[in-house]
Design a protein around this ligand. Structure first.
Ligand SMILES: [Zn+2]
Ligand SMILES: [Zn+2]
Length: 269
């Protein structure tokens, strides 16, 4: 567990806004130094994709990073969005008309309906620009890049709409906010659930992952340690939640919710 050993991953470019790190052959992490999530480029023999793209304002820096490995935006065939949070997908509209944009169908629905609350638009101060999803993904879809085959796994918990991409032959695990290095978890947001989160982590634990490529933080070459720690944390969170629930006076806490349902269904005449 010592984090003191040197990183096995090579930084190819670094300035005060972003850095470009090589995760494996033809796989790169673009790491922004503001609140934007990590973006990934996978350059396949047949197709090139990005997984998440960061905030809208980061787009010029994303393009600059890609330039260091000879990739231009026109060379990207598809942008896969891991879930609906705008720190991951804000820049996606820049790819309209030139790359297919894909997301899990539950994320696609929220994004197409512009569900700002679910997308955390105010929190990330993003412009009110539509993002069009061309491909609605499901568990079991496969994205074939030629020499990479990315399996789409439905891994809800952080939100209802999270996917993880896994290349079984290469052991690459693109886990976004479901699993981060050191077992850091992305938290449980409105549509998410801690119980779903635990089940998703259990699925990740069963994979022969070699490299963890997360939505935030560094790359990790110890994904199985990371997932074990995250599982411990998630069980602790489940227990804390149960205790908190016991400690609350259930009736008084549910009353505002019930009142809002009654208000919602009131006929105005
Ligand atoms: Zn998120
Ligand atoms: Zn995130």
């Amino acid at each position: 567990m010592s984090d003191r050993r040197p990183s096995p991953f090579k930084t190819l470019f670094d300035n005060d806004v972003a850095s470009l790190i090589q995760a494996a052959d033809d796989v790169y992490q673009i790491r922004f130094k503001n609140r934007a999530a990590n973006a990934y480029l996978v350059r396949g023999s047949k197709r090139t994709i990005m997984i998440d793209v960061g905030l809208s304002t980061n787009y010029p820096h994303l393009v600059a990073c890609l330039g260091h490995i000879g990739v231009t935006p026109e060379m990207i065939d598809m942008v896969v969005l891991s879930h609906e949070h705008l720190d991951h997908i804000g820049a996606a509209y820049h790819f309209h008309g030139q790359a297919y944009i894909a997301a899990h169908r539950l994320a696609a629905n929220k994004i197409m309906l512009r569900d700002d609350f679910s997308m955390l638009r105010k929190m990330f101060n993003e412009p009110n620009v539509p993002i069009d999803i061309d491909l609605w993904l499901e568990e079991g879809n496969l994205i074939d890049l030629g020499n990479f085959r990315l399996n789409v796994m439905y891994t809800p918990g952080h939100t209802s709409a999270c996917i993880t991409l896994f290349d079984q032959d290469k052991g690459l695990l693109f886990a976004s906010d479901t699993l981060m290095p050191g077992g850091v978890m992305g938290g449980v947001f409105g549509s998410g659930s801690i119980a779903d989160y635990i089940q998703s982590l259990e699925r990740l634990k069963g994979l022969n992952a070699k490299i963890l490529l997360s939505g935030h933080g560094r790359l990790s070459d110890t994904p199985l340690d990371d997932v074990r720690i995250a599982l411990q944390r998630s069980h602790a969170l489940l227990e804390d939640t149960a205790q908190l629930f016991d400690a609350l006076d259930a009736r008084s806490n549910f009353e505002p919710i019930m009142q809002s349902v009654r208000d919602l269904n009131k006929l105005d005449d």
